[in-house]
Design a binder for this molecule. Structure first.
Ligand SMILES: [Zn+2]
Length: 198
């Protein structure tokens, strides 16, 4: 299901939240409107919304902003925000090719979320806390193909955007296709499946 957090009290860092502003490109006022309505960030005198990169924000509220963007603006902006995520969120340093790039999404996802005040991935121990779902990675042997099952509360088009930017970082011609025969979060199901080829 899109837009519904799996657990209460999860937080996401400002660096990641900023992708909403980045994804709206020239129409930043619209990004501010949705962030304001969802109660994310600080409203400034000029009606812009300040997102502090080192502050942690409520995931529930951030998802609310996604929901209203989806309803009022449409899915194409969710895709743009997804494309902007890798420009804004922190990614681990071992990303060197398309395989490690797609693998890193789940790690980065957990690094950029916090539960009970703790970052959900600890790079020193490699430990991951559960509670926000996952970004899958399954390389098809002998083919230039990766299947990614995404089971998390973020929207379908947003995840397609993240996968596209990460795949094209190392394989500029990579394509990401939503597998329409599999479940889809837009239909209220738990996950979406994407096929990455290059
Ligand atoms: Zn879907």
């Amino acid at each position: 299901m899109q837009f519904l957090s799996f657990e209460k009290g999860i937080e996401v860092n400002g660096q990641t939240v900023y992708a909403i502003v980045d994804g709206f490109k020239l129409i930043k006022s619209l990004a501010y409107k949705h962030l304001k309505e969802a109660g994310v960030g600080e409203v400034e005198k000029d009606e812009s919304v300040k997102i502090n990169p080192s502050t942690w924000y409520s995931q529930e509220a951030w998802l609310k902003a996604f929901e209203s963007i989806s309803k009022e603006v449409g899915d194409s902006v969710l895709y743009q925000i997804g494309l902007a995520i890798p420009r804004n969120a922190k990614f681990p340093p071992w990303v060197v090719d398309i395989d490690t790039a797609v693998q890193s999404i789940d790690v980065a996802y957990h690094m950029n979320h916090r539960k009970g005040g703790r970052e959900m991935f600890d790079p020193t121990t490699g430990k991951m806390l559960e509670g926000i779902g996952h970004y899958g990675y399954n390389r098809i042997t002998g083919e230039n193909k990766i299947i990614s099952v995404c089971e998390n509360p973020y929207p379908c088009e947003f995840d397609k955007g993240i996968l596209t930017t990460m795949a094209q970082k190392f394989q500029p011609l990579a394509k990401v296709k939503h597998d329409d025969l599999k479940p889809c979060r837009k239909k209220g199901q738990k996950s979406c499946t994407y096929v990455i080829t290059w």
